[in-house]
Design a protein around this ligand. Structure first.
Ligand code: PGA
Length: 257
């Protein structure tokens, strides 16, 4: 974390978990665990589409902001089953995860689609949380930095410097997601530092300094402190541990120390 230049961001990614009817109890419990909380950090809950209205209602009196986990790149039209940025914005959604590795791997999202979604999100004044990261094979081959640099450059193609200020990048090594394996703080720091170097090369030092770069991949209440102590890790994108208010609260507390 480097609070002099940028916010710390703790974002939960609920994935396809919990029901809309679970949201109220979750929000009540989280609020009771961190009553006057996260002075230093922005807390975000990225919930399934079906839970967005309930989450926006339940978290209205808290400082937790609500995000979606995906959006379509088109403004509107004949795209059965899809949800546009304008529709998210209209609900009061502030953030949207884009290019999560599960979307890339399971739903065929390419770097080009990710880029179009980033542009569409920014156009709707939604803050994109752009995910990048390597597979185990790619790490073992030694191409992590090149791959992540390419993903970042592709995702930001055509995004101007002023607009980029709303973006958040999440480094999520695929092998660490949901596996219980976490990158070491140093390995995660090295890649987050590389991501910032790529942003610096594209947009200059001032912008690079201002963009939060998160780590994601089995972050939990035990390892959060050491990961967040790294200078280029500005927060976390948290799957499994965000489903339980007490674990999510513990990570928010770690980010506030
Ligand atoms: P995990 O998921 O914390 O369960 O590893 C992180 C993510 O996929 O964003």
């Amino acid at each position: 974390m480097n609070r002099k230049y940028r916010h710390t961001v703790i974002a939960g990614n609920w994935k396809m978990n919990l029901l809309a009817s679970d949201v109220k109890a979750y929000a009540t419990e989280l609020r009771s665990l961190i009553p006057d909380f996260h002075k230093w950090c922005d807390a975000i809950a990225c919930v399934p589409f079906t839970s967005l209205p309930a989450a926006i209602r339940a978290f209205r009196t808290t400082r937790v902001m609500i995000g979606a986990q995906n959006m379509n790149q088109h403004k509107s039209g004949a795209y059965t089953g899809e949800v546009s940025g304008a529709q998210l914005k209209d609900l009061g959604v502030r953030y949207v995860i884009i290019g999560h590795s599960e979307r890339r791997e399971l739903f065929g999202e390419t770097d080009d689609i990710v880029n179009k979604k980033v542009l569409a999100a920014i156009q709707q004044q939604l803050r994109p949380i752009i995910c990048v990261g390597e597979s185990l094979g790619q790490r073992e081959t030694g191409v992590t930095n090149d791959l992540v640099a390419m993903q970042v450059k592709s995702a930001l193609n055509g995004v101007d410097a002023l607009k980029l200020r709303s973006a958040i990048i999440a480094y999520e090594p695929i092998w660490a997601i949901g596996s219980g394996l976490t990158a070491t703080p140093q390995d995660a720091q090295d890649v987050c530092c590389e991501i910032r170097a790529v942003i610096r090369s594209l947009y200059g030092a001032r912008t690079a300094r201002a963009i939060p770069v998160l780590y994601g991949g089995s972050m939990n209440e035990k390892n959060a402190h050491d990961l967040l102590a790294q200078p280029d890790i500005d927060g976390g994108l948290i799957g499994g541990a965000s489903l339980k208010p007490e674990l999510f609260a513990a990570i928010i507390k770690a980010a506030n120390q």
